[in-house]
Design a protein around this ligand. Structure first.
Ligand code: ADP
Ligand code: ZN
Ligand code: ZN
Length: 750
């Protein structure tokens, strides 16, 4: 075989074309076309963009027959070689198209070959007197407003942005420039422009506290890993308020001080304004390291700009939600995944990657340190820790020894009989809400709306129907009065009487945020109440407004889904209520216990973070459920031990990987027929490599008139199984209207 011939490259074209193709590089480009370069190549009769994934010495085709790369779009590669490897791994592991992965990694304007943008900036002359301005105000108010706005800025601002903000036209601007009051300057897009809106009002400047012994131990262990420049994952397990963020900051500072780059992931940027503000205040303002905040609300120009700031090394710290894991940070030394257990790290569209797992893999490619932090780590990470793959650092004490809140468990079975509460709120909950309102303290009510409120529950004894084969809740089907298991398809007639106590009052149940808000209004008509859930959050700034109002004491009670349980720290909140602790326990999902435990711990972390002790009220129909007991005592280890044992006995994740295969189609009989054929085929072909379960209807059986079926594969080796499934899929005679979704390491099982 010939030595590596730099004049042949392998390219992944953006052309809905799942193949890598070989091209020749003409002598004048040879040497400049590197792995990760964005190029244009001829494909059939078109010219398409593509990414160079390898410099190959050989090609299946004779070099003379290879076409030439037409253009190198930009000198600097758009991906580092390590990101190219990551992309190819993601393609194979997550059964995603390479194109979808590259589109996720490279912002659209970069892909389209957008060049660095230049903008006109405005700066005010300072020689203008108050009297002159006054005079202008009466004659030309628009000009005066424009001048005043620019004069207030601490640095030159983009002209287009300023004009929009002030509502002034270019003619006003021209007049002021002619007058010498404003200067225009044409230069590179301001790298700081995008950073303004996000953490305004939330930036907390604070000095670095001295670390307590637990924090110092954790920090020391991580610094040792950082020093070696060898891949290592540290699981940082510490209750809310135990000082995890301080540990991250300390280690990040070292990583950055050595000239390296770092990525900090949060589940949702809009919900972490305090963390983002703190990182900025401590790392940017003190250490002078520029930070880029990567979030979904960036405009194309801002995203392009953020990208450029990272590529050029102008910004070395990237803070953002899951897609920030792809930031092209040069010399990446450290990745932090905060709240690593959060399901939000899983992308629920193609490519269906898990941000935490990608972070770990990327850290491995880079020989970097990866820190996974949580008060309630995922079972997956705990298992990796137990197997010795991850180092574990624990923070057991809250900073300042702050007390745990009191947790009251209200038995809703009894409450139903007493009829004293209001629409789903128990008497103790109502009493405590009134008490807080009178003491001018704040309360938060959580409604847990995961899954579907369709489990069968006995209000007399709290009995919930479970499948005897799968240990998950059976789902009630009103249409044919049956209960079904959505894991194995087991089905029987819905019971008329409780099999446990014989009561005939058995029913299905559920609450909504709106109903709870109404209930609170009915008992506290004078209270200022706001509701936060995805339905009520049409506008992107509503979140920040509500949180900011709540912080300033302009609201008394916040009602919301568990999305508001993350990372918020309100010192005046002394009561946290969880309205329906059962729903997540009884949704048909083997992670239900884990989610409920995490939610309970997270929720109680929200109460009493100021000087006042907090109280937590948990309403449940199953007050004796183990999960609630463990959470109440904050017995992490007890919970984990029991839950791990349950997972082991069923060989659920983290003991095996779960691949979820969802199908939907207009005709349920056809769907059932084909998925059945498919599952039986796999049972033969994959015998010994995977356990196949199903097909059976998905928990969400019909969406927009399309029926949904699912098949599950349990395996120990995803990388070996996925290519086989993919090959079989390509051969299988699927009917035309059937759509399928393959989800590796699925999190959402609906
Ligand atoms: P976590 O991230 O685990 O919730 P934080 O790092 O946010 O915890 O710490 C909670 C609070 O305690 C913060 O206000 C932080 O500034 C403060 N804090 C953290 N570590 C210390 C320390 N060693 N000494 C004093 N205060 C600390
Ligand atoms: Zn019963
Ligand atoms: Zn079952």
């Amino acid at each position: 075989m010939s030595a590596e011939n730099p004049s042949i490259v392998r390219v992944l074209p953006f052309a809905g074309f799942e193949k890598e193709l070989d091209y020749r590089v003409s002598p004048h480009l040879a040497g400049t076309v590197r792995v990760g370069a964005l190029v244009r190549v001829p494909l059939r009769n078109r010219s398409v963009a593509g990414v160079v994934v390898a410099i190959t010495g050989t090609s299946g085709m004779a070099p003379g027959r290879l076409k030439l790369v037409t253009e190198l779009v930009q000198e600097e590669p758009v991906l580092t070689a390590e990101l190219v490897s990551l992309a190819l791994w993601m393609r194979d592991y997550y059964a995603a198209s390479a194109e979808s992965v590259l589109e996720t990694m490279i912002p659209a304007p970069v892909r389209r070959g957008m060049k660095s943008k230049r903008e006109t900036y405005l700066e005010a002359a300072d020689s203008v007197s108050e009297a002159d301005l006054q005079a202008l105000r009466s004659r030309a108010p628009k000009q005066a407003a424009l001048y005043a706005f620019v004069a207030q800025q601490s640095r030159p601002r983009e002209k287009s942005l300023v004009l929009k903000r002030v509502g002034a036209g270019t003619s006003s601007c021209r007049a002021l420039v002619a007058r010498g009051w404003l200067r225009e300057e044409f230069r590179q897009f301001d790298r700081e422009a995008y950073r303004d809106d996000l953490s305004s009002g939330e930036t907390v400047s604070q000095a670095a506290p001295e670390l307590n012994p637990e924090q110092a131990d954790a920090t020391g262990a991580m610094l040792a890993s950082l020093e070696k420049r060898r891949f290592q994952v540290h699981l940082l397990q510490g209750v809310t308020g135990s000082g995890k963020t301080e540990v991250y900051i300390k280690v990040l500072r070292e990583a950055l001080a050595r000239g390296g780059g770092a990525i900090f992931l949060v589940p949702e940027v809009a919900l972490a304004p305090q963390t983002v503000g703190r990182l900025r205040a401590r790392l940017e303002e003190e250490s002078g390291v520029k930070t880029v905040v990567w979030h979904s609300h960036l405009s194309e120009g801002e995203r392009f700009d953020a990208w450029n700031a990272v590529v050029t090394g102008a910004a070395r710290l990237v803070v953002g939600a899951r897609s920030a894991v792809f930031a092209p940070v040069p010399d990446l030394r450290m990745i932090v995944v905060d709240e690593e257990h959060e399901p939000a790290y899983k992308q629920e569209e193609v490519p269906r990657y898990h941000g935490r797992d990608v972070a770990v893999y990327r850290a491995w490619l880079n020989g970097a340190l990866c820190v996974l932090g949580s008060a309630t780590p995922s079972m997956e990470s705990l298992r990796n820790a137990a197997e010795g793959k991850y180092a574990v650092n624990r923070l057991l004490k809250r900073v300042d020894d702050r007390r745990l809140p009191m947790i009251h468990v209200v038995d809703m079975c009894r409450e139903i009989h007493s009829k004293r509460g209001a629409l789903g709120l128990s008497r103790p909950m109502v009493d405590k809400l009134i008490d807080r309102f009178e003491r001018k303290e704040q309360s938060i009510l959580f409604i847990n709306r995961r899954g579907f409120s369709s489990s069968v529950l006995c209000p007399e004894c709290g009995h919930v129907h479970e499948c005897e084969h799968c240990s998950i809740t059976l789902t009630y089907h009103r249409s044919d009065e049956t209960v079904k298991c959505h894991l194995c398809g087991h089905e029987r007639a819905a019971p008329r009487q409780c099999p446990s106590c014989g009561s005939g009052k058995i029913r299905w149940k559920g609450f909504g945020t709106q109903r709870v808000e109404e209930a609170v209004r009915s008992v506290l008509p004078k209270a200022r109440i706001a509701r936060m859930d995805t339905d009520a959050m049409g506008k992107k700034n509503r979140f920040r407004e509500i949180l900011s109002d709540f912080r300033r004491g302009r609201l008394d009670i916040l009602v919301g889904t568990q999305m508001i349980a993350k990372g918020l720290d309100f010192p005046n909140v002394t009561l946290v209520g969880l309205v329906d602790a059962d729903l997540s326990l009884h949704i048909p999902d083997f992670r239900a216990n884990e989610r409920t435990f995490q939610l309970l711990v997270q929720v109680s972390g929200r109460a009493g973070r100021g000087d006042r002790a907090g109280e937590v009220v948990v309403q449940t129909f199953t007050p004796h459920a183990g999960t609630i007991h463990y959470a109440r005592r904050e017995d992490f280890d007890g919970f984990i031990e029991e839950e791990m044992e349950a997972r082991r006995s069923f060989q659920y994740p983290p003991f095996r990987h779960l691949i979820h295969h969802l199908f939907h189609g207009a005709n349920p009989e056809k769907l059932a027929f084909y998925t059945e054929q498919w599952a039986r085929l796999l049972e033969t072909e994959l015998a010994g490599e995977a356990e196949i379960r199903g097909p059976c209807p998905a928990p969400l059986e019909k969406v927009k008139d399309r029926y949904r079926y699912q098949v599950w594969y349990f395996t120990r080796n995803v990388s070996r199984l996925v290519p086989k499934i993919q090959a079989l899929r390509r051969e299988f005679p699927w009917p035309d209207d059937l759509v399928q979704v393959l989800d590796v390491d699925a999190v959402n099982l609906t």
